[in-house]
Design a protein around this ligand. Structure first.
Ligand code: ZN
Length: 307
């Protein structure tokens, strides 16, 4: 082969690379389920949040696909966590829509400022949230108010996908428990590190205990607090669930004819806990706005105006 043809070949490969999405983009889970026309649009910088655009391609499935983390799902089933297995959640390897707001004895309430946030996470994130339960309860935390779980967006001011896009992050705006109600924007004391002993207020200490409970020995590898930057002044972002932690339960395999989730409780006690069909997870064939649902867990009225 002459030098000329080698050059032509190199040029062709370069052209192909330009035409195709980059390797990192090509590796994104769930992308094959969305129409090719839309695939290019999800890598445009605007709109920043593509979740409303992509949520409608999520579909319920009864068994894990080959690339999914089957073991993790079997442990969730073993722990009797009610969930729905999904496909087509762009970016997430093993997407589960949780049918409960209680994980590890802690209640996860959707914060009022993002009522349509899907309660969809990667299986591993869910497992680690459950494992964080006992530590959170020891820290006196009963409820965590979150406003973003799976969200397909970039890290602010970059073209790098946020960990939210992988279903591996959670944004926490407030907590409540034995110390009362503590919101990140009002009660977080900047510049006081440690696990609460350096804090002046009870609520500030509780927020530091929250960070320690999640990141203590690597259950979650990252926590961005208001100390990190201005974007995080009103929430604590946790991400990157550690892989070495596992629920100590007997895994329940996906048997013949097994549904993907534990049977949804139909009793009056159970149905209060489980999110219903119309919950903001999937709103097929309708607009994003139509997914707004009033929930039984509307936040208490005693909350300060700017929480
Ligand atoms: Zn975040």
């Amino acid at each position: 082969m002459g030098t000329r043809s080698v050059h032509t070949l190199v040029a062709m490969v370069a052209m192909l690379q330009l035409m195709l999405p980059s390797q990192a983009q090509a590796r994104i889970y769930g992308i094959s389920f969305i129409p090719p026309k839309l695939r290019r649009r999800i890598f445009l910088k605007k709109p920043w949040n593509k979740t409303p655009m992509l949520i409608r391609y999520a579909r319920r499935i009864s068994r894990p696909l080959p690339y999914m983390d089957r073991r993790c799902l079997e442990r969730l089933r073993g722990a009797r966590v009610p969930f729905r297995l999904l496909k087509g959640v762009v970016g997430v390897r093993t997407p589960v829509k949780l049918l409960t707001y209680r994980l590890g004895g802690v209640t996860y309430r959707r914060a009022w400022n993002n009522k349509t946030a899907p309660w969809i996470l990667d299986c591993k994130t869910v497992e680690n949230l459950i494992l964080a339960g006992p530590r959170l309860r020891r820290a006196g935390i009963a409820t965590i108010y979150w406003n973003s779980a799976w969200r397909f967006s970039f890290v602010h001011h970059t073209r790098r996908l946020s960990r939210h896009a992988y279903g591996e992050a959670l944004d926490i705006t407030a907590i409540d428990g034995s110390f009362g109600y503590a919101s990140v924007i009002r009660h977080y004391e900047r510049g006081r590190r440690g696990c609460g002993s350096a804090n002046k207020t009870r609520r500030g200490a509780a927020l530091r205990r929250l960070v320690c409970a999640f990141t203590g020995d690597g259950l979650f590898k990252t926590a961005f607090t208001p100390d990190y930057n201005r974007i995080h002044r009103d929430h604590i972002h946790i991400d990157h669930p550690g892989r070495r932690f596992k629920l100590k339960v007997k895994p329940r395999p996906f048997g013949r004819g097994a549904a993907s989730d534990a049977p949804a409780p139909r009793s009056s006690a159970g149905s209060r806990r489980s999110a219903d069909e119309s919950d903001s997870g999937i709103c097929r064939g309708r607009g994003w706005k139509k997914c707004l649902i009033r929930k039984w867990w509307e936040p208490p009225r005693s909350r300060p105006r700017y929480y």
